[in-house]
Ligand binder design. Structure first.
Ligand code: GLA
Length: 389
């Protein structure tokens, strides 16, 4: 995808030239799952798949938005988007626009075109990519200057309030801030981050799409957050310093596991151990100890499957098939779970064998063969063209 293609599409669609073009990538989380909303650590990368947004201001308060992927154009008043009337993709644009306008009334109506190769609903955070690309493009167009964390918070709020998903801050953060060639280690409490070079040598990260997205994902996600809050309450009654599962040690979880309600106990064991694994994985990556990194991925998957219970039959089967292939160092589900993708760390030379094994042994849902692609850590979001005044 490139700027001139996007400009041409914008002109063809709206019979005018665009003023700003911005782009933002999707993400693959390498490790650190369901830790972000527990003040913990995450280690994702930005994907080469990106969402591009082109915009031009209007004099009135109308929003005209067109999605090339859905071949769908919608119009609504900037302050009057109604969730019930529209399909989902508009929620992200409408949310970002309404929130920006609440901050700064300089944002008027606009024409906006979206072009994306981040598969929607595929677990690679197409939503964060769209939110960030739209937030960057619209703030640039309106001359509203936002600090990176303000932009991340705005995108995340759009996801909460307009798309109804109470997500943490991993997806929007990595999509905005990632550097090419590096994994992004984020402390979700302090919001400090480090770019860790992925020195993979003859290895590569591969993403395998299960082809499944279970409807349960959003309700179960909210339920996990609730169970984590229950676990925090339990530990806070014993230690008033505990604000989040981040403040609980694995020893403390082990010591109390029998006395606690079973579900909060298991959720806590996952989160607390996953934080440890994430820091260990970051250290392994820094030391180019890929064998250790792969081992931690496998442990992470087990913990998500058994303690956090957010995997699915399809993801478990894929992980099993892939880890049995010679040359694979590790594999795990990535993202919120209940479908979506698996990420694997493998010798480059084994990619063909993984493809064969998946084709032969994976019980893919009807009409939805699992798709595989290599993924290289890519750059965070940027404004590519700005003719805004
Ligand atoms: C989704 C959310 C993220 C994070 C992951 C699980 O992708 O958007 O904030 O919680 O699930 O790690």
């Amino acid at each position: 995808m490139n700027v001139s293609e996007l400009r041409d599409r914008f002109s063809a669609r709206f019979q005018r030239t665009c003023a700003v073009v911005a782009r933002a990538p999707g993400r693959v989380n390498l490790i650190g799952e369901h830790t972000d909303y527990n003040d913990g650590f995450v280690l994702p990368i930005a994907t080469e798949q990106e969402t591009w947004v082109a915009v031009a201001p209007r004099k009135d308060h109308a929003v005209r938005a067109y999605s090339t992927e859905f071949d769908d154009q919608r119009t609504w008043p900037i302050d009057g988007w109604l969730a019930d009337d529209f399909p989902h993709w508009t929620a992200y644009v409408a949310g970002v626009a309404a929130l920006l306008r609440q901050r700064d009334a300089r944002l008027n109506g606009f024409d906006l075109l979206i072009r994306s190769d981040v598969p929607p609903g595929g677990g690679l955070s197409s939503s964060a990519a769209l939110e960030n690309a739209a937030a960057l493009a619209l703030s640039e167009m309106a001359g509203i200057s936002l600090q990176p964390n303000e932009l991340i918070d705005l995108s995340r709020r759009a996801e909460h309030d307009f798309a109804g998903v109470p997500c943490g801050l991993m997806d929007q953060s990595v999509s905005l801030l990632a550097e090419p060639g590096c994994a992004f280690l984020l402390d979700c409490r302090s919001r400090e981050f480090q770019h860790i070079p992925c020195d993979l040598g003859e290895h590569v990260f591969v993403v395998i799409d299960s082809g499944v997205r279970h409807k349960l994902a959003t309700s179960e996600y909210a339920r996990r957050q609730q169970e984590c809050r229950q676990a925090v309450e339990y530990f806070r009654r014993r230690d008033t310093q505990v604000r989040a599962l981040r403040d609980v040690s694995l020893d403390a979880v082990r010591a109390h596991i029998e006395q606690m309600d079973p579900l909060p106990a298991r959720r806590a064991r996952h989160v607390v151990s996953e934080n440890e694994r994430t820091l260990a994985a970051a250290a392994a990556l820094r030391a180019a100890d890929l064998t250790q990194f792969g081992r931690l991925m496998i442990e992470s998957h087990r913990s998500l499957r058994d303690d956090y219970q957010v995997s699915s039959q399809e993801l478990d089967q894929l992980v099993e098939i892939i880890t049995a292939v010679d040359g694979v160092l590790g594999a795990r589900m990535t993202g919120g779970g209940f479908g979506g993708c698996v990420v694997a760390l493998t010798r480059e030379a084994s990619v063909g064998r993984i493809e064969q094994a998946v084709r032969a042994d994976y019980d893919s849902p009807p009409g939805k063969a699992a798709r595989l692609h290599r993924t290289h850590p890519s750059r965070g979001a940027s404004v590519e063209v700005s003719e805004a005044t």
